[in-house]
Design a protein around this ligand. Structure first.
Ligand SMILES: [Mg+2]
Length: 125
């Protein structure tokens, strides 16, 4: 059975691009456009990996990640933050919030499947 990945990203182009690439590589992919929807889908699907954008309108990724990591039912889910260039240097904040890792955008579409594979297999990159 293929791994299940949840992409939480408000930017439609990124959301669809990441989804299509990962589906092409055989993953089951679901998407959410904001933190609230992301939390609901994470609870429902218990994905193997969540790619969580940080800057989103409504509920942002920091809040959504905090909710999932603070809930015994979902704290074991692996969550990787998608961070923008402007957030470089803020990595400690993501790790302190309980995120399992982070990817800085722009994300290489060639690298994405490799990074996801490594995260799923080794828990880090
Ligand atoms: Mg965003």
């Amino acid at each position: 059975m293929s791994h299940k990945i949840l992409i939480v990203e408000d930017n439609e182009n990124n959301r669809c691009l990441f989804r299509d690439i990962l589906r092409f590589h055989g993953y089951q992919v679901e998407v959410a456009a904001d933190g609230r929807e992301g939390v609901a889908l994470a609870r429902e699907l218990a994905p193997d990996l969540i790619l969580m954008d940080i800057q989103m309108p409504g509920m942002d990724g920091m809040t959504a990640g905090g909710i999932l990591k603070g809930d015994p039912a979902t704290c074991g889910l692996k969550i990787v933050a998608l961070t923008s260039f402007a957030m470089r240097g803020d990595q400690e904040k993501f790790m302190a919030a309980g995120f399992d890792g982070y990817l800085s955008k722009p994300i290489s579409t060639r690298e994405l499947p490799n990074l996801v594979k490594q995260w799923l297999e080794e828990g880090h990159v």
